[in-house]
Write a protein that binds this ligand. Sequence first.
Ligand SMILES: Nc1nc2c(ncn2[C@@H]2O[C@H](COP(=O)(O)OP(=O)(O)OP(=O)(O)O)[C@@H](O)[C@H]2O)c(=O)[nH]1
Ligand SMILES: [Mg+2]
Length: 310
Amino acid sequence: MPSVLVTESTPIPTLVDERSLAQRLAPSRGVFERVRALGNEREVSSEQLDVVEEVLLRSDVGVLTTNAVLEELRTNGAPEGVAAAVRSTMLNSLRADRTTSTMAEAGRVPVWLFVGVNGVGKTTTIGKLAQRHHDQGRSVLLAAGDTFRAAAADQLEQWATRTGSDIVRANEGADPGSVVHDAIGRASARGVDIVLADTAGRRANSTNLLDELSKVRRVADRAPGQVVETLLVLDATTGQNALSQAREFLGAAGVTGIVLTKLDGTARGGIVIAIERELEIPVKFVGVGEGVDDLIVFSPAEFVDSLLGA
Ligand SMILES: Nc1nc2c(ncn2[C@@H]2O[C@H](COP(=O)(O)OP(=O)(O)OP(=O)(O)O)[C@@H](O)[C@H]2O)c(=O)[nH]1
Ligand SMILES: [Mg+2]
């Protein structure tokens, strides 16, 4: 059994945000205002096409989707309004299967592994998801695989306390693979339903972060563990940088889905579409605030409506 260090920690305050998704995404919605204001024309003027192009590019939707929207408007016009035409073309580019798995083979413990560079919101996302799993009746164990600094495990422990989850942590500098290994052993012995494993976003020495993640992943995927989701966490406020970061992680980590955080803090919310289309990995959750409830299962219709709806 691992040695579990238990420390007193201040609980994370409960922030309840009653605002609608459109209100939370107000900065991104603001960018689309000029498109919402365009009328319904059988033929869309070149001035209107310019507005659409400028708005889509400003919102970081990406060139591919922008061109698809312009093509649609040139070919079919906008009998139901430009906003409606843009809405449906954007929706068409978000058709990925975004189901998540919480089931492992018989006798094995399902593991969700979280990867991404530092500061993107991995630990916060784990806390929010721990709550979500609890609400769905699952017991949760958090694995503090970020051993880069002691504060990382402290932060995860606050979320464990807050969400009533078990936690396995080790001292700063410990081998992340062995923390995850111990966590899975404990979860298996106790019949825990799911393990959520945190990882570091940086390394103290020259050892390659991606090599370390591959190693952690191998350990986590060995019986009695089974990695059923590897979620790459990206910060929406970093725009196109998030895309280039993602490309580095994809190969090494076997990513099954993306969590896009801080969508509430950017006017470039269209990055969701660029990320999914260019990486061909589904966006499974989006973060829209710092509170425990501020993580939503990504729903294309709800998202596009919050930008373009009345
Ligand atoms: N506004 C907003 N803030 C968020 C969201 N998700 C995370 N944050 C904040 O982003 C900051 C970094 O989050 P962490 O969860 O510590 O990030 P991390 O990836 O674990 O970082 P490292 O442990 O340094 O690798 C914290 O202040 C979080 O509260 C979100 O969806 N919206
Ligand atoms: Mg962290």
